[in-house]
Design a protein around this ligand. Structure first.
Ligand code: GLC
Ligand code: CA
Length: 554
């Protein structure tokens, strides 16, 4: 079987394993209670040994931090709490020296209201070039068809500005005015931002909240052709580089609309987009003990150009969004995964992976096995590799952004600061608290989730077919079992997963592979060869197999 490449393959992102990390939460190098680049730098050995190949950093720019840095006040610098540009460069060089790629956030839809562009715009006369950086109106009655995204905190997408004597448009918090993408100067300014970080050597950008760039009357102001035109401009711009960076689209939309962010032809927009449609359906399938939600959404997902790739994830720094499921589905998802109303926010559930599945190790393993075997590049959220918990009593989505738990010592080994001085309390409940859940103890426990995760990443990286291959679903009679093959350049893997809490039998029609021998990849154990009869397997609760189908030589 083909192994994944490490070199300068332009399609490197297809074979990547991405690790999502907020700089402030990972490690505090200077002891002020806030994670920083010095701390992150010091943990590169850990990340390398975990086996991830790419780091995605959450926003680290100067910001009033009212949306955890997604409210940018200066695109060209580092928030002083996280270090200096020099610290960033040193970290980036060190990551590259270890073969780790680094992608950063490009928050292009909006800025902080503290950004000099907005300060200038509100005091400039109506109709002036300065005012024209943002989207203004005399009333709050325009674009009524656009939904409100942060329903728990905002009543309207318009907010009155007393200084400008006009309303300004914002799809997120009212302190995050949307930039005016109908103004070509705005686009040019953002291309300068891209160039700045590319010149420093970053490997890619996550295009935050990208469906909302352009507004038009009589539409819901999402996924408009004019928005796609802007993304094509961005792509054409970065394509001028000798090794163009990765562009990753954050578009929480139905399958066909997400597909559009890969662009036309052989892909002239983003290289990658999150598979938002499948994420909640993985949790639905687990709850229903039925493969249908996953199979259905995967089959409804249009094909993508050869050089494009889905970004797969189970959890991230936001809530488990339920915006794109039906009302009935939303209801049972809340019942299944968030009995505690405190766990709900906006249209979703603000919980980490382990608490979502009742801290069940078999369920965590099953979900990760799906994450690593469905088509696309997997993204792990920091701390989920050790099964960290969350804190529902912190506001907004901060409960899933608590300090990384390194040891059982003070502040979980995250910081030497006075515990009261941490940017956030560490998790300290009896089940998920740092004395029980931390990297150090899991390193010394061969049966730990950390060791398991590391092993699975290694195993996945052994087979190029996971990142590159096609998928075909089998439909055995037992619907509690999800079965698919992944194929690439003559290699085939057979993945079988039991979504149920009890043991299950399954009979597979594998006649297309008659003569081949399934080899279970974790133990490299040969199973009986495939013949013309149904192939019979049994799986333990939440069990899964990845088989390499070895054809006889000859
Ligand atoms: C994206 C981010 C989220 C942020 C929002 C507004 O959805 O993932 O954390 O609040 O954009 O910038
Ligand atoms: Ca610090």
């Amino acid at each position: 079987m083909r192994r994944t490449g490490t070199s300068v393959d332009p399609l490197w992102y297809k074979d990547a394993v991405i690790y999502e990390v907020p700089v402030k939460s990972f490690c505090d190098g200077n002891g002020d209670g806030i994670g920083d680049f010095e701390g992150l730098h010091s943990k590169l050995d850990y990340l390398q040994s975990l086996g991830v190949t790419c780091l995605w950093l959450l926003p680290f720019f100067p910001s009033p931090l009212r949306d955890d840095g997604y409210d940018i006040a200066d695109y060209f610098s580092i928030h002083p709490s996280y270090g200096t540009l020099e610290d960033f460069k040193q970290f980036l060089d060190a990551a590259h020296a270890r073969g780790l790629r680094v992608i950063v956030e490009l928050v292009l839809n909006h800025t902080s209201d503290q950004h000099p562009w907005f300060q200038r715009a509100r005091s400039a006369p109506a109709g002036s070039p300065e005012r024209d950086f943002y989207v203004w109106n005399d009333t709050d009655q325009r674009h009524k068809e656009a939904r409100i995204i942060f329903v728990d905190s905002e009543r309207s997408n318009w907010t009155w500005d007393d200084e400008a004597k006009a309303f300004y448009w914002h799809r997120f918090f009212h302190h995050q005015p949307d930039l005016n993408f109908d103004n070509p100067v705005v686009v040019t300014e953002l291309l300068t931002v891209l160039d700045f970080w590319l010149d420093l050597g970053v490997d890619g950008f996550r295009l935050d909240a990208v469906p909302y760039l352009i507004e038009r009357d009589g539409t819901n102001c999402e996924n408009l052709p004019e928005t796609h035109a802007i993304i094509k401009t961005v792509r054409a711009h970065v394509n001028k580089r000798p090794s163009p960076p990765l562009l990753l689209a954050e578009a929480n939309q139905p399958p066909a609309d997400v597909r559009a962010y890969f662009g036309d032809g052989d892909g002239d927009e983003c290289h990658m987009a999150y598979h938002f449609p499948v994420m909640p359906r993985i949790f639905m399938s687990l709850h229903l003990e039925d493969r249908e939600p996953i199979v259905d959404v995967m089959e409804r997902t249009p094909g993508i150009p050869e050089n494009c790739q889905w970004a797969m994830f189970l959890r991230n720094h936001d809530e488990l969004t339920l915006e794109m499921v039906t009302e009935d589905e939303r209801d049972y998802m809340y019942l299944a995964y968030s009995m505690d109303p405190q766990g709900r926010i906006n249209v979703g559930i603000r919980r980490r992976l382990a608490p979502l599945v009742g801290n069940s190790r078999p369920r965590i393993e099953l979900l990760n096995a799906l994450l690593f075997s469905l088509p696309g590049t997997p993204i792990l959220y920091y701390g989920d590799e050790i099964g960290m918990g969350d804190n529902l009593y912190l506001g907004d989505r901060n409960g899933v952004r608590t300090p990384m738990q390194w040891t059982g010592d003070r502040n979980a080994g995250f910081s030497k600061a006075d515990p009261a001085g941490l940017y956030s309390p560490v998790i300290n409940d009896p089940v998920y608290g740092f004395p029980a859940v931390n990297v150090e103890s899991q390193e010394s426990d061969n049966a730990s989730l950390l060791h398991w995760t590391r092993n699975m990443i290694r195993l996945r990286q052994h087979f190029k077919v996971f990142g590159r291959g096609s998928i075909d679903f089998l439909r055995p009679a037992n619907t509690k079992v999800l079965v698919f093959t992944r194929s690439f350049e003559g290699d085939t893997l057979l993945c079988v997963a039991n979504l149920s809490r009890t043991a299950q039998p399954v009979e597979l029609d594998l006649r297309a592979y008659a003569g081949a021998t399934p080899v279970e990849t974790l133990g490299y154990t040969e199973f009986p060869p495939i013949g013309e009869l149904p192939y019979f397997l049994t799986l333990g609760p939440y069990g899964f197999y990845w088989f390499e189908l070895q054809r006889p030589h000859g």
